[in-house]
Design a protein around this ligand. Structure first.
Ligand SMILES: [Zn+2]
Length: 213
């Protein structure tokens, strides 16, 4: 059998090994002895929203889990295949990260799917039940007369999705005990793709504000 990885990936790896790796070889050698990231980021799988790029993070600095729409499911006993929950458990109880960031974003296809599903448009066998996690917020957004255009409803649900995921994070007992012990903080953020603006959920958990520029 011939192994034929995509040419663009081979070239990308070659460039990494030749250009970036030599200056970071020491870092990688140290990381081989163990990782100790202080931050977990829960982000969307969207190719345009790469947490390491947005936060200028080096290998070893961010523990990242990405899924459709950057959602955190609520805590469930015997939940089965709970990839995001498993990563969360390891980050909080194993790595003892000090911060968890839920990073939503503009033009999110997962959020669009949640809205499309409300109109009975097909969104995919696995996507449908996943984005159903947002159905109470989605229905509230659709019922809100102040949100007049599809774009307004989309962005409103993107922001509400971050808040819902933060609320769901707090339903995990190990997350709540770390918060109570003041060893863990939860944060919400939303990234606008077109102009690379980053908005953070304020301390009251109500509004998103531009920060860091
Ligand atoms: Zn997305």
């Amino acid at each position: 059998m011939t192994i034929r990885p995509p040419q663009r990936l081979l070239e990308g790896y070659r460039r990494f090994k030749k250009e970036r790796y030599p200056s970071e070889a020491e870092r990688f050698a140290k990381l081989a002895r163990g990782q100790a990231p202080a931050t977990m980021v829960i982000a969307c799988a969207d190719s345009r929203v790469d947490p390491a790029t947005i936060f200028s993070a080096a290998p070893g600095e961010l523990f990242v889990v990405r899924n459709v729409a950057a959602l955190v499911p609520p805590y469930q006993e015997n939940a089965g295949y709970h990839g995001t929950s498993a990563a969360l458990e390891f980050a909080v109880t194993g790595l003892q990260v000090t911060d968890v960031v839920v990073l939503g974003h503009g033009l999110c296809g997962g959020i669009a799917a949640a809205l499309a599903d409300a109109q009975n448009r097909p969104v995919g066998r696995f996507i449908k039940p996943w984005v159903d996690l947002l159905s109470p917020m989605r229905d509230a957004v659709i019922a809100d007369d102040a949100l007049a255009t599809p774009e307004e409803r989309q962005e409103a649900l993107e922001l509400l999705g971050v808040k819902q995921s933060l609320a769901n994070l707090a339903t995990f007992p190990f997350v709540q005990s770390a918060i109570d012990a003041e060893t863990l903080k939860l944060h919400g953020a939303w990234f606008s793709i077109a102009n690379a603006e980053l908005h953070w959920l304020n301390d009251l958990g109500e509004d998103f504000e531009r920060q860091g520029v």
